[in-house]
Design a binder for this molecule. Structure first.
Ligand code: PEP
Ligand code: MG
Length: 325
């Protein structure tokens, strides 16, 4: 089916039965930001700050980072932006930072682990974000949180930087919201504590699936072997969404599955209202949302759930075909 998605970018992402879905985009470079208006995305649900570090020739200082973050916020023209603090390590390397080789870099010294062991780096990054926000909304998200204590330690550093900015007489952000990525399965058993602390959680389904299935996300031989629509992963995600609603805290998904129409249908059926994806996925997702009767899909999935061994992916595909989604 040939569709022009430019035509649908200004149409609301609302299902046939009136449920509004936030379609946000993932970004990492300044040149991605104009995609906001090109796609009509509701905001940037994941800004991967490490990309700025990966394309630089040396560690960007506070002034350089502030400049980049401010330009992202300028370009977003008031749409929300969620800045994720550095997620280096694993597959993301900095050419100018020599580090010891690790046997299992995905499970190694990466992301928030580095930020907490090198707090000066985190302080500088948060300082740059605070200065960039200056009177505007600031949304910060910490990657690869495995323990509630790690979130607390990171949040404490953010509070110190906010205090410092106030003492220096800087214009503070208008609002500060702090969230975490749900990428490490251990968080599942700390959800009440997590939700009590965060303003929002975003499921990084790429890393989460890698750790749940013990399957390297970059290993071509494992591609397609573990389906995010399989029961184990669906139950996990449903548990996170339900806990979020019980605590009244928003949950989103910002991994690749958010931008896959069938996966996104399943997520929406489970109650998810915010999806963040690569810009080219926004148009197709908007078309899917607008052609979907969510209540009908939920009834269909509930009936399917009662059947043992139902193949969720082919069943969803059949539903989409039969209902013109
Ligand atoms: C994820 O892990 O799903 C995610 C969104 O983060 P990244 O792909 O940058 O690791
Ligand atoms: Mg990740």
């Amino acid at each position: 089916r040939q569709v022009s998605y430019a035509a649908n970018r200004d149409l609301p992402a609302i299902t046939k039965d009136g449920v509004e879905i936030q379609l946000m985009m993932n970004a990492g470079l300044l040149i991605d930001v104009p995609q906001l208006s090109a796609t009509g995305a509701a905001g940037i649900g994941l800004y991967r700050t490490e990309v700025t570090f990966m394309v630089a020739h040396s560690f960007p200082d506070v002034a350089r980072q502030r400049d980049v973050y401010a330009r992202v916020l300028d370009g977003a023209e008031g749409k929300p932006v969620v800045f994720r603090t550095l997620d280096i390590g694993s597959d993301k390397v900095l050419p100018y930072w020599q580090r010891d080789a690790e046997e299992n870099p995905a499970m190694g010294w990466r992301a928030l682990r580095i930020s907490l062991d090198r707090p000066a780096m985190l302080r500088q990054q948060l300082r740059a974000m605070i200065l960039a926000a200056s009177g505007r909304a600031l949304n910060v998200m910490f990657p690869m949180v495995a323990l509630v204590d790690e979130f607390d330690a990171a949040k404490e550093i953010l509070d110190l930087e906010l205090q410092r900015a106030e003492e220096k007489g800087s214009v503070l952000p208008e609002t500060v919201r702090v969230g975490a990525m749900f990428e490490v399965p251990a968080l599942y058993w700390q959800m009440d504590e997590m939700f009590a602390r965060v303003d929002f959680l975003s499921v990084g389904s790429n890393d989460l699936a890698q750790f749940v299935f013990a399957a390297d996300r970059g290993n071509a031989q494992l591609q397609g072997r573990y389906d995010p629509l399989s029961p184990a992963f669906q139950r996990l995600i449903r548990g996170i969404i339900d806990a979020g609603s019980a605590h009244g805290k928003p949950v989103s998904v910002c991994g690749e599955m958010a931008g896959d129409p069938l996966d996104a249908m399943a997520l929406m059926a489970m109650g998810l209202k915010t999806l963040s994806m690569a810009p080219p996925a926004i148009g197709p997702l908007r078309a899917m949302v607008r052609s979907l009767d969510l209540g009908q899909l939920q009834a269909y999935m509930a009936a399917l759930g009662a059947q043992r061994g139902a193949d969720m992916r082919s069943s969803l595909r059949a539903f989409a075909r039969d209902h013109g989604v």
